[in-house]
Design a binder for this molecule. Structure first.
Ligand code: HEM
Length: 131
């Protein structure tokens, strides 16, 4: 059975003379490949100490590059040791007009105010006639 390493163990191998990467749940010792990597050694060194799967995939490595992985395989990663990625959850959209009370009051007022004015007008007219 393949040896299982924790991310902490793999992270120790982050030097030019001892460089391990975690890609797709597997651990690769790429020390000998550092100088030959077409993308340079710096990118490989900076991809140590973490799950480099996304880094590896984002480049769009060729199938030749993927086939090369086997050569460097040393074991599997203990997935429990990899911090779970925080999934971005978009904040909930505020529900506009959730509280319809204000809207309702305005509608009532729009209806009532002209009525009141009309009432006052009639009242004034009635009283002025009476006197
Ligand atoms: C064991 C792991 C890796 C292997 C075997 C590998 C292999 C290769 C190969 C063969 C190429 C030439 C282009 C191709 O065939 O796709 C390449 C290019 C490249 N790789 Fe990797 N790579 C590995 C890991 C990584 C990682 C982890 C990164 C990023 C952090 C990376 C970044 C790049 C970049 C930037 C290029 C150059 C692309 C370009 O100039 O077009 N590689 N790699």
């Amino acid at each position: 059975m393949a040896k299982s390493y924790t991310l902490g163990e793999v992270s120790q191998h982050n030097h030019r003379h001892d460089c391990w990467l975690v890609i797709g749940g597997k651990v690769y010792d790429v020390t000998k490949f550092l100088e030959d990597h077409p993308g340079g050694d710096e990118v490989l060194l900076s991809a140590t100490g973490k799950d480099a799967t996304d880094d590896f995939e984002d480049i769009g490595h060729s199938s030749t590059a993927k086939a090369m992985l086997d050569e460097f395989y040393v074991g599997d990663i203990d997935s429990a040791s990899i911090p779970t990625k925080y999934k971005y959850k978009p904040p909930k959209q505020p529900h506009y007009n959730q509280d319809k009370t204000a809207e309702f009051v305005i509608k009532i007022l729009q209806f009532l105010v002209p009525l009141v004015i009309l009432g006052v007008a009639f009242g004034v007219r009635f009283y002025t006639k009476a006197t």
